[in-house]
Design a protein around this ligand. Structure first.
Ligand code: NAP
Length: 415
């Protein structure tokens, strides 16, 4: 007889789905700092549809998106689930990265079977939409795209997670459960940014400037650029992070605290303010050339801080080069001096997660050991709130974090 609820760390018999599960839940009445927003609750295990699968979560990866979900900004995700998906649970179970074991599959699912060991990419979309079926629209650009465990409920901060089966990829055999849970969201995002926009993909000897080189996205970007034969130059805020980036493959590293021209671009009519900014950005540009070792500008700037850095990114990127951006951690207003933008024919490209092919291509780099997941620290299921709190305070360790869910101790899961 199937148990109604298993304790954290207990592995149900393969294919047996209990009625209930433990989950780290965010609710609207406790939106705020992650330490307060997350609470462990017992909830129903979700039903799956014909194209879905249910995965027993062995370990979950930690990402910045559930810091935003805790805060309830820029969007109230509980309300998004309610209005967008008709979800009546009034809760948000986050978690957009995981490693685990397939426990149930829908009637249409052919790419996996019960018992497969998997990692999960976080791109969901209407798999039956004619534009997607025909290949007319890249699914991650399609209006139906949603990030699992952020824009949808039933993410990986629970014993079971509901996903669309196309999100599943083989777990790299050489990795532990927690290592395998740590890399996919940031890695596939970085892969699309660097390899997804033709004319501006990383090729041999291309210089790529990478903000937050010791962070989740940055640590993946450095390794991808290196794997493609490019020259990664990283920016950090602490000299302690310099060695870390160099070990990952950065050819040069700058400390942004050595410069002071950050923030929005002064208005072009404010001659004094603008000239002060120009002087500051030129000092930065010169330091960049020194780090590169020659007077060459980056072909690609890998952006995510947004408001405070984008004027610099758009200034230093090479003629005909691309600033590719997937976030605005410091703010959403991009100020750009359009005179340089059009005369030097630069490209400012938005990017958001990745499609199935890009997620697979990135997972293959991990399987081939060309990219390390950069797992810095592993937390317990209870500790999911603590690691998000550290991330909120920008006090989290370098690289990526994960939390054990069904795996009981670190180091398990290698095959
Ligand atoms: P992370 O591990 O916290 O890294 C972010 C890095 O940004 C930090 O290491 C920090 O490095 C740097 N940073 C912080 N403040 C800065 C500032 N004022 N100027 C320049 N750099 C600054 O986070 P992550 O996982 O890489 O994610 C970064 C952002 O991307 C988040 O907002 C996340 O939500 C977003 N994201 C979006 C997508 C997407 O698909 N759209 C996917 C993944 C992540 P230093 O302090 O060392 O400079």
């Amino acid at each position: 007889m199937a148990k109604e609820l298993y304790e954290i760390g207990e592995v149900p018999p393969l294919g047996e789905i209990p009625k209930k599960m433990y989950a780290q839940v965010i609710r609207e009445d406790r939106f705020g700092e992650p330490a307060k927003a997350f609470q462990i609750e017992t909830v129903e295990v979700p039903e799956i549809g014909p194209d879905d699968a249910l995965v027993l979560v062995m370990a979950a990866g930690i990402n910045y998106n559930n810091v935003w979900a805790s805060l309830g900004i820029p969007l109230n995700m509980v309300d998004v689930h309610r209005k967008d998906q008709g979800d009546t649970t009034n809760m948000h179970i986050g978690g957009s990265d995981a490693s685990g074991i397939v426990y149930k599959i829908g009637s249409n699912v052919k790419n996996v079977k019960v018992g497969d060991k998997v990692v999960i990419h976080c791109g969901m979309w209407d798999v039956n939409h004619p534009d997607i079926v025909s290949g007319k629209v890249d699914p991650i650009v399609h209006t139906t795209n949603r990030i699992w465990g952020y824009e949808t409920n039933w993410g990986s901060f629970a014993q079971f997670t509901r996903i669309q089966a196309h999100q599943l990829l083989p777990k790299p055999k050489h990795l532990t459960w927690e290592e395998a849970a740590a890399y996919m969201l940031v890695g596939a995002t970085a892969y699309r940014m660097l390899m997804g926009f033709s004319e501006h993909i990383v090729e041999k000897d291309d210089i790529v400037l990478i903000w937050g080189g010791a962070g989740g996205l940055g640590s993946m970007a450095i390794q991808i650029v290196k794997a493609m034969g490019g020259i990664p130059i990283a920016i950090v805020s602490d000299n302690e992070k310099i060695d870390y980036c160099k070990k990952l493959g950065a050819a040069g590293v700058l400390n942004r605290k050595d410069f002071d021209h950050w923030g929005m671009l002064p208005h072009w009519k404010d001659t004094e303010g603008y000239n002060k900014w120009l002087k500051g950005v030129r000092v930065f540009g010169k330091a960049l050339w020194e780090a590169i070792g020659e007077r060459r500008n980056p072909k690609i700037v890998f952006e995510h801080p947004g408001e405070t850095t984008i004027p610099t990114s758009c200034y230093v990127v090479d003629r005909g080069g691309m600033v590719v951006i997937c976030a605005g951690t410091t703010g959403y207003n991009a100020t750009v001096d359009l005179r340089y933008h059009w005369m030097h024919q630069k490209r400012l490209q938005g990017s958001h997660f990745a499609n199935d092919e890009q997620s697979k291509a990135f997972n293959d780099l991990v399987i081939e050991k060309k990219v390390d997941p950069c797992l810095s620290k592993t937390y317990s299921f209870e500790g999911i709130r603590d690691c998000h709190q550290l991330m909120y305070e920008n006090k989290h360790p370098h690289g990526n974090m994960a939390a054990l869910v069904t795996a009981t101790k670190e180091g398990e899961g290698k095959e």
